[in-house]
Write a protein that binds this ligand. Structure first.
Ligand code: HEM
Length: 408
């Protein structure tokens, strides 16, 4: 591993990944249902017990914003949450932007023209552990498992792209819709929050079918728990007030693990297909496990007890050994790819923004991440940033707002 990284001359290294929907797979059905007949992206309901962006299929374009709150006090933070809510409600509503005269102060960045807020946008809002540090008198209502992300073995974290008081993820099928949303949210909240770091990315269309591919060429997101399975979502994604030491207000929220993972694509592209497939335990072409033939076949570890077909340290076998004891460690992954150009040494700066929603970040993400330590994949990736956040419960109606429960 050191050799690989050394050869990159100590450059920050990043990685990609994809996500999402698939033909015979329920997330594909979700995607189909979410598209209108003429192919324009659908509108997602803003109001509900959960935020719409969590179970929605991964969209083509994503911006992930980590921000620090600069509002002076608790009242300022409350105002900030209300403004974010009001803008997100408007931006996701599918209504046209109001016409603005030249003598009027613009109420909109204008980059979408009269389509103002079109494009099936979702805006997902989370809070980081630092928001509960005492500035706003929120220590007593902190989600029980929320904390600052640690450095794991094999990490090369750049703390300037980690953590943050708030996390806002915008997703849509068109990049200009996402950019417009970013501009509008920042315009309306100027003075009360400040960008800390940001990562933009994309998800591919099915090639040729099934789940989109990450930038290592593998379908990514295949064996996610099904978003249509309410029981699984209740047990794996949503937090419940009063359970596991959680405060009441967290009902319907979810812990979000974000990892910005650079991919050492120059090295990856020089190894053979067989080695790549051994590393993941799946076929690159079809996405099927090496014990199967079709993408959504289950891997048969019970018939492969010596690891002759899918090696014991293959990514999928380590990540989910499919035992009764590890079933509650599954999480909802919604990763997307990034391509950030070139680094100072002339190497491609590409990777994966891994995001996963968890009911309990320790039981799920942290346990799995520790189990992945030293897997063969680590020679080809380098985690450089990210953080842990708590995705707030949904905004239930027109008089509700993000984070209202924090101030009860
Ligand atoms: C599965 C890629 C990082 C957890 C997969 C699959 C691929 C993949 C290709 C198989 C298809 C699928 O079921 O989605 C990658 C890449 C990564 C990365 C390229 C880094 C750049 C992570 C991290 C975690 C993780 C950080 C969690 C700590 C999982 C899990 C599965 C999976 C739980 C499903 C295993 C199963 O249920 O069979 N990943 N992954 N991955 N990955 Fe990753």
């Amino acid at each position: 591993r050191r050799g690989f990284l050394g050869a990159l001359a100590g450059a920050a290294v990043a990685a990609p990944v994809g996500v999402a929907a698939a033909m015979a797979h329920p997330t594909a059905a979700d995607a189909a249902a979410a598209s209108s007949k003429n192919g324009t992206p659908a509108k997602f309901d803003f109001h509900g017990s959960h935020q719409a962006g969590i179970l929605a299929p991964v969209r083509r374009s994503t911006a992930l914003l980590a921000l620090d709150v600069t509002a002076a006090d608790r009242a300022g933070l409350q105002r900030l949450f209300q403004t974010i809510t009001e803008r997100a409600r408007f931006l996701t509503s599918g209504t046209a932007a109001p016409e603005v005269g030249i003598s009027t102060v613009p109420s909109d960045s204008g980059i979408l023209g009269p389509d103002g807020v079109a494009g099936g946008l979702t805006v997902t809002v989370g809070v980081g552990a630092s928001l509960f540090d005492g500035r706003f008198g929120l220590a007593s209502v902190k989600p029980a498992k929320l904390r600052t992300m640690e450095d794991f073995e094999d990490d090369a974290l750049d703390r300037s792209i980690c953590d943050g008081d708030l996390l806002i993820q915008l997703e849509a099928d068109d990049a200009d819709v996402v950019t417009h949303g970013v501009r509008e949210l920042l315009r309306a909240t100027r003075g009360d929050m400040q960008l800390r770091w940001r990562r933009d990315g994309f998800s591919s269309p099915p090639r040729p079918s099934g789940t989109p591919r990450n930038l290592m060429g593998f379908k990514d997101g295949t064996s996610n728990p099904l978003t249509s399975d309410a029981k699984a979502m209740k047990e794996l994604v949503w937090t419940h007030g009063g359970e596991n030491g959680e405060p009441a207000w967290v009902e319907g929220g979810s812990y979000l693990a974000v990892r910005v993972i650079r991919m050492l694509v120059e090295f990856w592209d020089r190894i053979g297909l067989d080695e790549q497939q051994q590393i993941f335990g799946r076929f690159r072409g079809s996405g099927a496990p090496l014990t199967g033939t079709k993408e959504f076949d289950d891997p048969h570890y019970e018939l492969d007890s010596t690891g002759a077909v899918i090696q014991f340290n293959a990514h999928i076998r380590l990540a989910n050994p499919r035992t009764a004891a590890t079933a509650n460690q599954r999480m909802l992954r919604r990763a997307f790819n990034y391509d950030a150009g070139v680094d100072a040494n002339g190497n491609l700066d590409q990777g994966l923004v891994f995001t996963a929603f968890n009911q309990d970040i320790e039981r799920q993400f942290v346990t799995v991440q520790k189990r992945l330590a030293g897997e063969p994949l680590v020679d080809y990736i380098s985690p450089i940033g990210g953080g842990y956040y708590f995705a707030l419960p949904g905004v239930k109606n027109a008089s509700d707002w993000f984070g209202k429960g924090l101030f009860a």
